[in-house]
Design a protein. Structure first.
Lengths: 329, 391
């Protein structure tokens, strides 16, 4: 399914965010964040709760005014061109309720009237599996159904771009998987999607590219597999601690970038053929490498590795700007 | 205008109409506004109309019946319920639950929803007024205003002032609960001056009349009452209503925020401003403080005993307590402080602070709660008692 998106990845970006900054009083929610979203992709904005994801997409949606920096969506300025932008950008916000006694069908019909070229309400409800719930009140819907109706309202204007904020939070596993299939289907119909999430598996499964945000800063951007791979190629090898002398030997190696203690073990991060290099170096020093294991990376590892790096030394990844974007295929 | 622009306008008009009808359906499904705004005043009209004694002209009501005097009040009851309770509660709820935020993310602005709510409540108000006039004239022989223009102007300006005030409530209230609280706090006194509890003419006090004329509901009552008597409403009443309409509308437009976070942010700013405002309060209370120089150095117990013996027994003397900065609270303090409280609520009270200097002992008597009444009431009595007993 991902190949479908990549075919449309060329051409000008649909969203550009440059040096975005937003503070609430003394708290800096978003600090110098820059990225761009390509047409037809699912772009994940990934981070812990309170990392600044929602503020970022609220600036994109025109709900908040950035303190500094520039946001362009489909070439429009979100605040100034509010009306035109929202004809073409659908937004599903976190915690956006509807009047409790509004019926599903009425909500869709009402929101359809806001747009110049609305989608067919009946077909949209059918696609989202809500056609049987047409006559139900909002308050009578389950969490998953409310979420699907929210998606329906974000898509009712046939937008070119859809922003979906935390849409699977609070859903049971089956409802989550159904929602994922739905999102992939929406992307395949040609809609660019910005997906805000704090679930790694969701981002890994759905997103064509992700931006990792931590403490308001962008710490990495790229394909999920590449980011996970970065954690793997910036390989991590775990072994029984070889003692003070052994650690010194390892630290001196040009391939090794970091040595960390984890209980009785150490984790050595670096690049190249790390296992061989470590074993040989310890052997030369008359030491034995015990319990050597390589750690395979997934997005979660990448995230943890990158955020802990940013946390330990703010002069590290954060100040160096976002990790290099891979060249386009 | 291009054809596309006209189509665009038509679609916007359709969106607004759909919003109004949807809001109307919602109002029908949760009919609190309908019950209290329309049914209750109509029911009161029927009850009062059915009592023959209330339809007889009375000298104390200026030669008209209680029923005739009460019809403008019932019209105002319709307006008060819909403007101060129904409208702000709905709008604050929509903001609290993110409905306005969701509207913001569509091409039509949240102001469409606000306009729809306003239109619906104004339509309900018109229906309520029509219901009262219709039932009153049809069933109980109510004489309708001869000057239709003057009456219509009175109703429109009354609705303008009260609904603009309701929008101010919706603007500052972050949640439905707060909106209800502020709405009720405004509703009860304004309903009083509209004559809901009893006709204000029976008080016959010029002070009450002056206050009433300056308030939106009092001025509205005067204007409506005059139209029912066949006169054109006075320029003062209409001027007051028009003034309130303008002031409250400007305030509501300036204060209204779509996002609950923005409202909370403004509340934080307001709290900071309120702290700055307590400074004049402290100054006033300082200016009203009186110092009594006493001979010798009496102990706190002695002073307490003297006070208990000399102030009227309805006052409570509490040694070792002082006033808090808030209006009603008090807190434990050192032995140099004595509180004297009067009244059921302790709202009229004074604090005695014993200051022992090298030149002798002085007692500072500070009024608290309501500083003015406390100054001329309890604080004055405490000061005199101390003066007589100790200086």
């Amino acid at each position: 399914m991902r190949s479908a998106a990549l075919s449309g990845a060329d051409g000008p970006p649909v969203i550009t965010v440059e040096h975005l900054r937003k503070a609430y009083g003394a708290t800096v929610a978003v600090d110098d964040v820059s990225f761009s979203v390509r047409r037809g992709e699912i772009f994940g904005v990934l981070g812990r709760n309170g990392a600044g994801k929602t503020t970022t997409v609220e600036c994109i949606s025109g709900l908040r005014v950035p303190d500094a920096g520039e946001v362009r969506v489909l070439g429009l300025e979100p605040r100034q061109d509010r009306e035109e932008l929202h004809e073409r950008l659908g937004v599903q916000l976190q915690q956006g309720a509807l009047p409790p006694k509004l019926r599903v069908g009425e909500a869709v019909q009402l929101y359809a009237s806001f747009y110049d070229r609305p989608a067919d309400a009946a077909r949209l409800l059918e696609r989202l599996g809500l056609e049987a719930k047409r006559g139900s009140y909002w308050r009578a819907l389950s969490g998953g159904q409310k979420q699907r109706l929210s998606i329906a309202l974000a898509l009712i204007g046939q937008p070119e771009v859809a922003v979906l904020d935390e849409l699977t939070t609070g859903l049971d596993p089956e409802a989550r998987r159904e929602t994922w299939d739905l999102i992939a289907g929406v992307r395949d119909s040609g809609v660019t999607i910005v997906l805000v999430t704090h679930f790694m598996d969701e981002a890994e499964r759905l997103c064509d590219r992700v931006a990792l945000i931590d403490q308001g800063k962008l710490i990495a951007i790229g394909k999920p597999a590449q980011l996970a791979g970065q954690a793997a190629t910036a390989k991590r090898v775990r072994l029984r601690a070889p003692g003070q002398q052994g650690e010194q030997v390892l630290r001196a190696l040009p391939e090794v970038s970091a040595v960390e203690h984890h209980g009785p073990d150490i984790v050595v991060a670096g690049s190249g053929n790390l296992v061989t290099v470590i074993v040989l170096a310890l052997d030369r020093a008359g030491l034995v490498a015990e319990d050597v294991r390589t750690e395979t990376g997934n997005l979660e590892d990448a995230f943890l590795a990158l955020t802990s790096r940013a946390g330990q030394s703010s002069a590290g990844a954060a100040a160096g700007g976002p990790a290099e974007e891979p060249a386009r295929p | 205008m291009t054809a596309a622009a006209i189509r665009h306008r038509r679609r916007r008009a359709r969106a607004l109409w759909l919003l109004v009808t949807t809001e109307a359906k919602l109002a029908w499904r949760l009919p609190t506004g309908l019950i209290f705004g329309l049914a209750l005043p109509a029911l009161l009209l029927v009850i009062f109309g059915a009592i023959p004694a209330l339809s007889r002209p009375k000298e104390q009501f200026g030669g008209i019946s209680f029923f005739s005097l009460y019809v403008p009040t019932l019209i105002l009851l319709v307006l008060l319920v819909l403007s101060l309770l129904s409208l702000p509660m709905q709008l604050a709820g929509y903001r609290e639950h993110g409905v306005l935020r969701r509207m913001w993310t569509t091409p039509v602005a949240p102001s469409f929803l606000l306009a729809a709510q306003l239109a619906l409540n104004l339509a309900l108000a018109a229906a309520g007024v029509g219901l009262i006039l219709g039932v009153g004239a049809g069933a109980f022989g109510l004489v309708l205003p001869a000057d239709v223009g003057g009456f219509a102007l009175s109703v429109v300006l009354s609705a303008g002032a009260l609904f603009a005030l309701g929008l101010c409530v919706a603007a500052v209230a972050g949640t439905t609960q707060v909106a209800t609280g502020i709405g009720l706090a405004l509703f009860y006194p304004l309903a009083f001056f509209a004559g809901v509890y009893f006709p204000l003419t029976v008080i016959g006090s010029s002070l009450v009349n002056q206050i009433s004329e300056a308030l939106p509901s009092g001025a509205a009552f005067d204007a409506l009452h005059a139209s029912f008597l066949g006169q054109f409403p006075s320029g003062e009443a209409l001027g007051v209503l028009a003034g309130y309409t303008v002031v409250f509308t400007v305030a509501a437009v300036r204060w209204f925020r779509w996002d609950v976070e923005q409202v909370r942010k403004r509340h934080r700013e307001a709290r900071v401003a309120a702290r700055a405002l307590t400074a004049p309060g402290a100054f006033i209370s300082h200016a009203l403080t009186r110092t009594v120089i006493v001979s010798g150095s009496p102990s706190a117990e002695q002073i307490t005993q003297e006070l208990r013996a000399r102030v009227p027994s309805r006052y409570e003397v509490q040694p070792g307590r002082k006033m808090k900065r808030s209006l009603l609270g008090d807190e434990p303090a050192g032995p140099d402080y004595i509180m004297v409280k009067g009244g059921l609520t302790g709202f009229w009270r004074a604090e005695v602070h014993i200051v022992r200097g090298t030149g002798g002992t002085s007692l500072q008597v500070k009024p608290g709660g309501d500083p003015v009444y406390s100054r001329i009431g309890v604080a004055r009595k405490v000061g005199r008692a101390l003066q007589r007993a100790l200086s």
